[in-house]
Write a new protein. Sequence first.
Length: 296
Amino acid sequence: MTGPMTGMSLSLPRARALTDALLAPATDEIAAEEITHLRSQLAGDLAALVEELPVGERLRLDTFRFDLAREHPERCSGADGPFVPSPRVCRRTIGLSAMARCVRRWSPTPAVAVAEVLAAGMEDATDDGDQSSSRPPWWAGWYRGLSAGGRAMVEAEAVTWATQLWTALEWDRFAPPPIIGGGDDWWDCPGTRVLTLRGRAEVKVRSDGPPALLVVGSGLPPSDWRSALGFPALVTALARGGKSTPSRVVGMWPASGQVRILPVDSEALRDTATTVVCAVATWVDARLEAQGSRVA
């Protein structure tokens, strides 16, 4: 993957540089025919792989599973455990809701916005599981059952996450305002009902041309950060195509102060598609190995 600003580490403060990167005009336009060809080729490669999956199994390749297959393939053979909420797990969802309030000027700061989001969730969640006029967010019932100390931990995690995003950009420069979170992109692999790719981004910047994405990671950037940033762009291209394909993806890892920028061109999408095939192959092999162990 080549192009300007393929990777960089910026020192704080960096809000202007990140905002410039998200607002910069697209340098490469990907033809619709190229995306159609890539979609067809990738579908064929993936369908052939997932034919090997044990009967009854499905694979949803999201950001977490994509990263796991590349960085820690030895951990793919373990069975998926039950979903367990935690302050760390909830911080993104609550933080995005708070950020949306800040961007719309409904709340003055992330701390105030998080408190308002949590209070609204408490109101929507009822002890008997009934729903009020507003559907409770998925975390609300769990949060309602926590002790005061547990709720404080949830709030602290969400405030930290939202504040890091709020201070990362110059929000007044975006017109129209960017989409905070929004719906994830899903692509069901044609020819099979057992494989779905799921891409997501924290911020989607709209303009006259292709959009730009901002994704927020934890810890350090992965060694293969180009594929990590290319994944949500690829899923968007496969699911939506055309002008919906992002022009660039900006990645920030607040805990380490690291930033990476990936211009999205045909080469970036092809390279990411190749990595997706390898990741799916890793998961299929792991599932087959686990099945063999259970049979033995």
